[in-house]
Design a protein around this ligand. Structure first.
Ligand SMILES: C[S@@+](CC[C@H](N)C(=O)[O-])C[C@H]1O[C@@H](n2cnc3c(N)ncnc32)[C@H](O)[C@@H]1O
Length: 369
């Protein structure tokens, strides 16, 4: 498998704190749904035991978008278990900027942290993919993951007409849906193994809602179609080759609510057999904060300048990885700079309808026991 087929080989959000600074909408997604996690804690009953309580944020990026939620939830755990040691484990892929996670958590950035508000709390990290077991069996009490499970473990082929599976057709789309199913079930089985009896998982996943909406496609201009149009234009202008265009596909599968919930509705499914049960499911659309601001300030240049970094923070690794390995890093950087500048100009010239509304499926799962 080449490095670009294997997601763990190249995937990372932009580091140095860029990710969470540019991705305020992802923070809103988590903050607005923190109550779902606290309600799940309530259902766990007494937490006041001697053993260590383990919470994790899986696919944490730089930890900045979840830090308010994690602080609130850890304080709730502390209230329910005053003397129990708590470990908080941040996980992501090996190329993630873990240094930034620790700087954020340990108060070495301008991000507000919880670390000095709690005693008997131990913070760690792991670079094991969430497609594998992460914890010793039966030791994870509360697993959290936001906006990450759509990353599939490998690309199941190319998408010849588009950069994302949402624009793929026929067998090419079916291959991404099938990879999405396999990885979803595999990930859940691994988490069922990680979880302690009566443990909970809170998964806030990108997906396709009941209206057919998904990230950046909620009735206005379609963000993934725009990516595709602008990347294809670079191929038509011979700035990239046709092969590079075809090789550029997000290693992602967006699942429908039916696809997310299928393993819990079938007693023969290995996820169900592993003891995972669904306690809660809902979908929500969280409006693009930059498009919302634009409605107030009405300045297209400002909107375009503020909006493009949020797209770039998570999409750049995919466009870079689609380019030929023969190219120098400087050449690749120049191409992606041109690409995002073109997107910025497009928004500046005609801002109406642009925006990256977040569309999530929120799941709370319980491990039997
Ligand atoms: C869009 S970011 C979301 C970050 C953060 N959870 C949030 O909600 O803002 C997706 C994160 O998932 C990570 N990721 C992707 N595939 C992963 C895997 N197999 N195992 C662990 N993390 C993964 C990426 O590296 C990235 O940091």
């Amino acid at each position: 498998m080449s490095e670009t087929d294997n997601t763990a080989g190249f995937m990372s959000m932009k580091g140095g704190g860029y990710y969470s600074k540019a991705t305020i909408g992802a923070k809103h997604v988590i903050d607005n749904a923190t109550h779902l996690i606290i309600e799940a804690l309530d259902r766990m009953g007494s937490l006041d035991e001697k053993s260590t309580f383990t919470m994790s944020d899986m696919g944490c990026a730089d930890g900045g978008t979840s830090i308010s939620m994690v602080g609130k939830v850890l304080k709730e755990i502390r209230k329910r278990a005053p003397s129990r040691p708590i470990q908080m484990v941040y996980t992501d892929l090996p190329k993630n900027d873990f240094s930034q996670v620790f700087q954020n958590v340990h108060g070495q950035t301008d991000v507000e942290t919880y670390i000095d508000d709690l005693e008997n709390i131990f913070v760690f990290s792991s670079a094991t993919s969430f497609h594998k077991p992460i914890f010793p069996a039966g030791t994870l009490n509360l697993g959290f993951s936001a906006t990450a499970s759509h990353y599939i473990s490998e690309k199941p082929g190319v998408i010849s007409n588009h950069v994302h599976m949402v624009g793929a057709k026929g067998d090419e789309r079916a291959a991404y849906e099938e990879q999405g199913r396999l990885d979803w079930e595999g990930m859940l089985i691994n988490r069922a193994n990680d979880l302690a009896p009566n443990g909970r998982l809170a998964l806030f996943n990108f997906g396709i809602d009941e209206n057919g909406y998904y990230l950046g496609s909620t009735g206005g201009k379609n963000m993934f179609d725009t990516f595709n149009q602008l990347w294809k234009a670079l191929a038509e202008e011979d700035i990239i080759t046709h092969e590079e265009y075809v090789n550029t596909n997000f290693p992602q599968s967006y699942r429908t609510v039916e696809q997310f919930t299928a393993p819990f509705n079938d007693q023969e499914n290995p996820v169900f057999k592993a003891g995972l049960r669904m306690e809660h499911v809902e979908t929500r659309v969280v409006e693009c904060p930059f498009a919302l601001d634009f409605k107030k300030h009405k300045n297209p240049a400002r909107f375009a300048k503020e909006y493009i970094p949020t797209l770039r923070s998570w999409s750049e690794a995919t466009f870079v990885s689609g380019l030929s390995p023969e190219r120098s890093m400087a050449d690749k950087q120049k191409i992606v700079d041109t690409f995002y500048n073109n997107y910025q100009k497009l928004v500046e010239d005609n801002p109406e309808g642009h925006g990256m509304d977040y569309v999530h499926c929120y799941l709370i799962l319980k491990k039997n026991g």
